[in-house]
Design a protein. Structure first.
Length: 217
């Protein structure tokens, strides 16, 4: 019986930190090469009804919380410590979803929420994964622009003060980046720092080269 890694050789993983341009790069590469894209952030919504308190305590706890509840009266360290991805609760859903998709072309996974130690067993080739990390200043600019829309901020953080929650979010994300970097270095997986000085198509070029994707023209 083949292992998940052997069945997922067509998958390329763009992971790392939030605000690094993963989704933009995935869309550009998909258009260039006719690839499929698996949007992990979007897929998360389908995971919640499939959670169980025994196997997914952190995901299950978040299932019925109103917007912002995860951040209310909690430190960035407390939020980080209860991230479902930190405890491997997202891996099974990722594998289930990817195995259910057609394997007749390369699929790009666009998702921050998987640690290197959970991803490594799913890789036949370490070059099939790349972790992108934004510099702190670039992430701050990206997330500030992302949540400048009051409706989007309210849908995500409820009635909490957007500026205060954004500060917590940036600190939480820095903790995530640190953990991912340590694990990626230990496992020999490639990381790339993104500071916003390189246009998105050029960043896509770098990811394209890492994955060994060849343009037809």
């Amino acid at each position: 019986m083949t292992s998940p890694a052997e069945r997922l050789t067509h998958v390329r993983w763009i992971a790392g930190g939030t605000g690094a341009g993963k989704s933009t790069v995935a869309r550009l590469l998909a258009r260039r090469h006719g690839l499929a894209v698996y949007d992990g952030d979007r897929a998360e919504h389908s995971w919640l009804p499939r959670t169980t308190p025994q196997r997914h305590p952190h995901l299950s706890a978040a299932r019925n919380r109103p917007p912002g509840a995860n951040w209310r009266d909690r430190t960035p360290e407390e939020v980080f410590a209860t991230m479902a991805s930190l405890h491997g609760e997202t891996v099974g859903f990722l594998v289930e979803d990817l195995l259910a998709l057609a394997a007749d072309r390369i699929t790009l996974v666009d998702y921050f929420g998987i640690l290197p130690r959970h991803l490594a067993p799913l890789l036949i080739d370490p070059a099939h994964a790349l972790f992108l990390f934004p510099t702190p200043d670039f992430r701050r600019r990206v997330l500030t622009a992302r949540y400048a829309d009051p409706d989007r901020a309210r849908a995500t953080w409820g009635d909490l003060d957007p500026a205060a929650v954004l500060a917590k979010r940036l600190s939480r994300d820095a903790l995530w980046d640190q953990e991912v970097r340590i694990q990626a270095d230990r496992l020999g997986l490639t990381t790339l720092v993104v500071d916003g000085s390189v246009p998105a198509p050029a960043l896509a070029d770098a990811v394209e080269r890492h994955f060994g994707l060849i343009r037809s023209n």
